[in-house]
Write a protein that binds this ligand. Structure first.
Ligand SMILES: [Zn+2]
Length: 91
């Protein structure tokens, strides 16, 4: 077996895929994640957040502590919008 073949095999089987119909939330914002199509040649993680465009694997989502207290672009934008609203809420 060539090294190239081995690498491809590793990438292809890298991430376990959830059952269709599984629903999970973004560990940053809690927004429902999009389950990507498992198609040949796609080596990415199964989940994408439609807001922050981060990719997540099942293992990532099973270990939410690594995201605790952290922000994605979307939660940062939400916080900025909230504080802007709080600052200008005199009307
Ligand atoms: Zn997100």
């Amino acid at each position: 077996m060539s090294e190239q073949e081995k690498t491809y095999q590793f990438l292809y089987e890298n991430y376990p895929w959830p059952d269709p119909g599984t629903e999970r939330g973004c560990p940053y914002s809690g927004i429902a994640l999009q389950l990507n199509e498992q198609r040949p040649g796609y080596n990415g993680k199964p989940w994408t957040c439609p807001k922050c465009i981060h990719y997540f694997s099942e293992a990532d989502l099973d270990n939410p502590g690594q995201y605790k207290g952290k922000d994605c672009d979307y939660t940062l934008a939400q916080k900025a919008a909230d504080s802007a609203k709080a600052a200008g809420s005199d009307d």
